[in-house]
Ligand binder design. Structure first.
Ligand SMILES: O=c1ccn([C@H]2C[C@H](O)[C@@H](COP(=O)(O)OP(=O)(O)OP(=O)(O)O)O2)c(=O)[nH]1
Length: 144
């Protein structure tokens, strides 16, 4: 599938890869480094703009390496990029460690996965079909 992408990032390194992996790493596009204190969050620009086909979304997900080594993750994971969004793809990072984390220009901060989704026509009804579970949830079957 082809997806249109406008790259206004100042990164010399490729902003995206063509590898056949599910997630494409995205790089920070920064004029100067960002210092993220413990428990602070920040909106990080990528310099990328995409045009997804209707019925598709892009999901912004954490990188496992940053999460386990630095405690830095995507706060709203998975962030949703809608098919009709034409703004810059941005990433909400949060520092869950007890040390400062510096985000440098060009650093790979997250990964983006393109996914298909259903387009639903909601059908209002008075009653839903019964099931064995019924309204039980949130651990109602116990631990064992
Ligand atoms: O991590 C994210 C999440 C969202 N967006 C952009 C693309 C998305 O299509 C738009 C709206 O996102 P969302 O629906 O999550 O935001 P909202 O808080 O519901 O705001 P809105 O009222 O603008 O929909 O913001 C990003 O760039 N990065």
């Amino acid at each position: 599938m082809e997806v249109k992408i406008v790259n206004q990032s100042r990164n010399e390194l490729p902003a995206y890869s063509t590898a056949l992996s599910a997630g494409m790493d995205l790089r920070a596009d920064l004029e100067q480094p960002i210092v993220l204190k413990p428990l602070e969050r920040v909106l990080v620009p990528t310099g990328l703009f995409i045009e997804l086909p209707v019925g598709h979304e892009a999901q912004i997900r954490p990188r496992s390496g940053l999460a386990i080594k630095k405690g830095v993750t995507v706060l709203n994971s998975p962030g949703t990029i809608d098919a009709d969004y034409r703004g810059e793809v941005k990433v909400i990072l949060v520092n869950l460690s007890n040390e400062e984390f510096v985000i440098n220009h060009g650093e790979r901060i997250c990964q983006m996965v393109i996914a298909k989704h259903e387009t639903v026509a909601w059908k209002p009804v008075e009653i839903l079909e019964e099931t064995e579970r019924g309204a039980g949830g949130f651990g109602h079957t116990g631990k064992n």
